[in-house]
Design a protein around this ligand. Structure first.
Ligand SMILES: Cc1cc2nc3c(=O)[nH]c(=O)nc-3n(C[C@H](O)[C@H](O)[C@H](O)COP(=O)(O)OP(=O)(O)OC[C@H]3O[C@@H](n4cnc5c(N)ncnc54)[C@H](O)[C@@H]3O)c2cc1C
Length: 557
């Protein structure tokens, strides 16, 4: 053995860093090993929202919610698909885990206020008070180690390195409309320019980047060692108990002995082709927004030791978003900015709608898979007119853009002077597309989508345009040229993983806990069992089960 610690944590994403931080705060001697040279994993590129029913940050802001309501909601949505004891543990520990981090470290959160659940028609669904986000963080506090924080995806930054939050967007767009917004926008840009004199990007961190930077900063303050370029390759032991792990650290293989156990938090199998083919719906989606290093190491290690993988049925395996592919080969996730706005519809290769375009990103892609069983729907096309792009933007095309030629030239956007021309260019039957648009235009007049109910849920309207009537999500396509943007399914996280009990202890194929082996984050079979109830259902459980794993390990003899 080359080293000995109480707890070894593999993976410095939100789950692994939270497990390491709580274990350290509880007095354990912890080592965190990270395969890449940066902390944050996919979490660094995320929106950073956590779904924590009954959280005290929202209660203090005047929103009422409870674990009981959320339990009814999850019962209605996933019933027997995930273990009820694990769900209960998540709901009952959520507020405690978040308050603990806020009180004992720099990992602090703010309430989101109104942020509707994604299946608002089910009992127990909430409109407000369930979601929280990390407080923005000043990356300058990390000094030289700021470069160790994985940056957000380039498509989500302005000027090649400036992060903007959801609240910044209207103020930046409206900077010439009021003096207050002009000053606000100018301050953001000046701060960014000052940052660039010293740092590789802006240091005003928001969303997922703020979360991982806060975790990293807190770990640093406690002096928790992090080995970079250090990938876990094997755990030592067997089903009757784990005694350590092997780590490929640079060019060396290192054996680390553990007194309490090993936490697998290597981010799931997003880049493991074999697992993708085995677990995901067919045809296996080719795009993943998971960070490159997430090649299923934790799941494979657990499987070799005899762990059970759940869920066992095919298909409930991912958390999805539609993505467009940018000119540089990047992926732009169509989460909430464009699909629900009035004046856009989505069609399959038959030129027909197949989904409520304003549904959650996950449900949109589930509908793509379903439609694809009868009509090719991968890719699907988002269709809109030029007035839509000028007003709301589309994918990487910012609102206010009048000249879309560069995007056409690079093959990102397809345009046609008429709907027929557009249909021919994307290979869908022109008559069908004309008919689909005409029918949708009639819905725009009445405000009622007779086919898919667009605009009927709180979530739809939340992401729509409140100033548009009679339905904030349905508008006509009237101003040529018309545009089409291809979208594909991509995973933002995975749901299939190592089956665990309520303390994140990995279970073997007989359902018995393997002593000393824990899994959290995307290495753990999601408590949501492939359903997407609301904003933050990856990161919420990731932090809560990291907390439970660390607390369980602390109590071991
Ligand atoms: C655009 C986008 C927006 C999102 N927004 C949200 C949101 O708002 N709310 C939400 O809940 N979820 C969101 N998600 C999903 C969320 O980011 C992920 O589910 C979450 O980051 C998973 O956390 P994790 O710690 O398990 O994995 P990761 O964050 O991916 O971290 C895993 C870490 O493990 C490391 N690693 C991999 N293999 C090894 C190994 N063998 N040894 C050591 N280290 C290893 C990786 O390098 C990485 O640093 C979003 C995702 C995307 C892409």
């Amino acid at each position: 053995m080359n080293a000995e610690v109480d707890l070894l944590v593999a993976g410095a994403g939100p789950a692994g860093m939270a497990a390491a931080l709580v274990a350290s705060l509880e007095g354990l001697d912890v080592l965190l090993c990270e395969k890449s040279g940066e902390v944050g994993g996919t979490g660094a590129t995320s929106a950073g929202t956590l779904w924590i029913p009954g959280n005290s940050q929202s209660k203090a802001a005047g929103f009422s919610d409870s674990a009981e309501d959320a339990a009814r909601y999850l019962d209605a949505l996933i019933a027997h698909r995930s273990r009820r004891d694990v769900r209960t543990a998540f709901l009952q520990t959520g507020p405690e885990a978040i308050d603990y981090l806020g009180a004992r470290s720099d990992v602090e959160f703010l309430p989101c206020g109104r942020h509707p659940d994604y299946r608002g028609n089910l009992p127990g669904a909430a409109v407000a008070g369930r979601a929280i986000v990390p407080k923005p963080f000043d990356g300058r506090l990390l000094g030289g180690d700021f470069n160790r924080v994985r940056p957000p995806i380039p498509e989500f930054m302005l000027f090649g390195g400036m992060m903007v939050g959801k609240e910044d967007i209207p103020r930046l767009i409206g900077r010439f409309r009021s003096a207050a917004d002009f000053i606000y926008a100018a301050k953001l840009v000046l701060r960014y320019l000052a940052d660039r004199l010293r740092f590789s990007r802006g240091t005003r961190l928001m969303m997922g980047n703020a979360l991982v930077a806060r975790l990293f900063y807190s770990l640093q303050k406690r002096g928790v060692p992090i080995w970079f370029g250090a990938a876990i390759t094997e755990v030592m032991g067997d089903r009757s108990g784990v005694i350590g792990a092997r780590i490929r650290h640079g060019a060396k293989d290192v054996a680390v002995k553990t007194r309490k156990g090993v936490v697998l938090a290597t981010g799931g199998y997003g880049h493991n082709k074999t697992f993708r083919a085995a677990f995901m719906p067919q045809p296996t989606p080719t795009h993943s927004l998971s960070c490159r290093e997430n090649s299923g190491d934790g799941v494979a290690i657990g499987e070799r030791l005899g762990a059970r993988i759940a869920p066992e049925e095919h298909g409930r395996s991912g958390f999805w978003t539609p993505v467009s592919v940018t000119m540089r080969g990047g992926l732009f996730p169509h989460l909430s900015l464009d699909r629900a706005k009035p004046g856009l519809l989505a069609v399959n290769s038959a030129g027909r709608r197949f989904v409520n375009e304003a549904a959650s990103y996950h449900d949109f892609v589930e509908a793509m898979f379903e439609s694809h069983e009868t009509v090719p729907s991968i890719p699907a096309y988002l269709i809109c007119d030029s007035a839509f792009i000028a007003r709301y933007g589309l994918g990487i095309i910012h609102p206010g853009t009048r000249n879309v030629r560069p995007f056409e030239r690079d093959g990102y956007l397809v345009s046609g002077r008429t709907l027929d021309e557009l249909a021919q260019k994307i290979g869908v039957p022109p008559a069908a597309l004309r008919d689909t648009v005409a029918r949708h235009d009639r819905f725009a007049e009445t405000g009622i989508d007779l086919d898919f109910g667009k605009g009927e849920t709180e979530l739809n309207r939340f992401n729509g345009d409140p100033s548009h009537e009679p339905n904030p999500c349905i508008g006509p396509l009237a101003t040529p040229p018309f545009h089409a943007l291809a979208v594909w399914p991509a995973d933002i996280g995975v749901s299939t993983g190592l089956s665990t009990d309520a303390d994140a202890r990995v279970l073997d194929t007989e359902g018995r806990a393997i002593p000393g082996l824990y899994a959290c984050g995307n290495d753990m079979a999601s408590v949501m069992a492939g359903a997407y109830p609301g904003p933050g259902i990856n990161l919420g459980p990731a932090l809560v089960f990291a907390y439970r794993a660390a607390m369980h390990a602390r109590n071991l003899d």
